[in-house]
Design a protein around this ligand. Structure first.
Ligand SMILES: O=P(O)(O)OC[C@H]1O[C@](O)(CO)[C@@H](O)[C@@H]1O
Length: 452
């Protein structure tokens, strides 16, 4: 199970400050489990792992097998919660240069992500890479109306149809969307695309253990059964309101105790580059859940030791509103030892024979001590290894911690009304039918002479 080590936070938060959350957590736990919290329509993730295991997912496995056997490349089209979880797990599980490995080594298709931006350059680069390959598409959008994936799908679908004709293109498209509504659902029904469902009661950022994450991951050979088992284990172990037995609730309590002392920016720090997208997933989870009512802890991330040479100065000595949450892999995947080269004067011979993992972990320890000295509280989350099972545990751990943290902050942790503001302006500026008045207002606003 994920372990929370508070030795680098004790200086900043004392035990009684954490313990005072116990009665509130007990009540929030009861309300979470009885569906009496704001946003209660979106609590499907709470027992999702055990329920998915119980109900089975054979149809998903057989679709994944077909993609795995037939595709040279799978393009996952989605944004936010409809892509971050799959990408986080892909990068956690697979080698950094997975797409460049020979197919026999990969055992499945190359994997690309599209529809998570509106950049023509990036989209064109992708089309160039896909040229000549047998391409499958998995379009993922719970609402089925999100602009970025819709734009990418239109471009990739036309491209695929040109390559292989409309009938074969249709066979190579899988849609993951709402069971009943949305433009993507309607399109799937008219075109006859094969579809998977995002459950009604699971919001985007909590959806990695639904077909949203499971289909692409199974298609590249990630052991989704192990990931679900890990998550189900966390679901069971963390189903207790007792703070002393529940590291997810401890994490929620400590970050809120720090927030009340003015630490309003949390930096997710990792020492394995393969955790970069887990940090991005975590940022959406906490950012969209807590950042509302003009409150919230701002979630940021750094990849160390890389970023010690860019952000390290700020973390050590800059504005003191920070705390760090370090996610440490206790047993890293690879063994690599520094060779001995006594005749080369590079000043590194004292490290000869030392595993790189050891050097990296000493860097982690040194940094935590330094940052604590620099008045940055550090929380340490120990994860056993980089297996699918441990990732399943970690996903669930953060989901539960986030839901609890949202209760402690008194926000609805399951909606994201603020995201609409840019969408409305964008639709107005782009001239979407129905947005005529907003367009006139915006243009009027933009034509005002600048003040000052
Ligand atoms: O799956 P959809 O509906 O395309 O949404 C993608 C993402 O966009 C948001 O709705 C924000 O607009 C996120 O909450 C969500 O994860």
């Amino acid at each position: 199970m994920v372990q929370l080590d508070l030795r680098f936070a004790n200086k900043f938060v004392s035990l009684h400050e954490v313990d005072q959350f116990q009665p509130v957590i007990e009540d929030a736990h009861r309300r979470l489990h009885s569906g009496q919290v704001p946003g209660a329509d979106y609590l499907g993730w709470l027992h999702l792992p055990s329920e998915v295991i119980k109900s089975g997912y054979d149809d998903l496995t057989s679709a994944a097998r077909e993609i795995r056997e037939s595709a040279d490349a799978l393009v996952v089209i989605g944004i936010g919660g409809s892509y971050l979880g799959a990408r986080a797990a892909f990068e956690w599980m697979k080698p950094e240069y997975y797409n460049q490995l020979p197919r026999e080594v990969r055992g499945g298709p190359e994997l690309y992500f599209a529809g998570n931006h509106l950049s023509a350059a990036a989209q064109k680069d992708l089309l160039r890479v896909l040229e000549g390959k047998r391409v499958y598409l998995n379009v993922i959008s719970k609402s089925g109306t999100t602009t970025e994936p819709a734009v990418a799908f239109r471009i990739l679908r036309s491209w695929l149809q040109q390559q292989v004709g409309p009938d074969e293109a249709k066979r190579r498209i899988y849609i993951t969307t709402d069971a009943h509504k949305g433009a993507l659902k309607e399109l799937s029904d008219t075109e006859g695309y094969r579809t998977f469902v995002v459950p009604d009661d699971v919001g985007g950022r909590y959806s990695v253990l639904t077909p949203v994450g499971l289909l692409p991951l199974a298609s590249v050979g990630v052991d989704i059964a192990a990931m679900l088992e890990g998550a189900a284990n966390a679901e069971e172990k963390l189903n207790t309101p007792e703070l002393s037995d529940n590291p997810a609730y401890q994490y929620a309590a400590v970050r809120n105790a720090l927030y009340r002392k003015g630490k309003n920016t949390e930096i997710f720090a990792y020492y394995e580059p393969s955790l970069k997208m887990v940090a991005e997933w975590w940022k959406q989870l906490f950012g969209e859940s807590e950042g509302k009512d003009h409150k919230g802890i701002y979630p940021a991330s750094v990849g160390y030791t890389t970023d010690l040479h860019s952000m390290g100065q700020f973390v050590q000595e800059g504005y003191r509103n920070l705390f760090e949450t370090v996610v440490r892999i206790e047993n890293p995947v690879s063994e690599l030892t520094l060779p001995s080269t006594p005749d080369v004067q590079d000043g590194l011979e004292y490290l000869a024979g030392k595993p790189l993992a050891f050097i990296n972990d000493q860097a982690r320890l040194a940094t935590q001590i330094a940052h604590v000295d620099g008045e940055v509280p550090n929380l340490l989350l120990n994860v056993n290894d980089q297996s699918a099972r441990s990732l399943g545990e970690l996903f669930y751990f953060f989901e539960l911690a986030c839901a609890m943290s949202g209760q402690l902050q008194g926000v609805n942790a399951f909606n994201q009304p603020g995201v609409e503001a840019y969408k409305i302006n964008m639709f107005a500026l782009l001239g979407k039918p129905g947005y005529e008045q907003q367009r006139r207002d915006l243009i009027g606003q933009l034509e005002q002479p600048a003040k000052g």
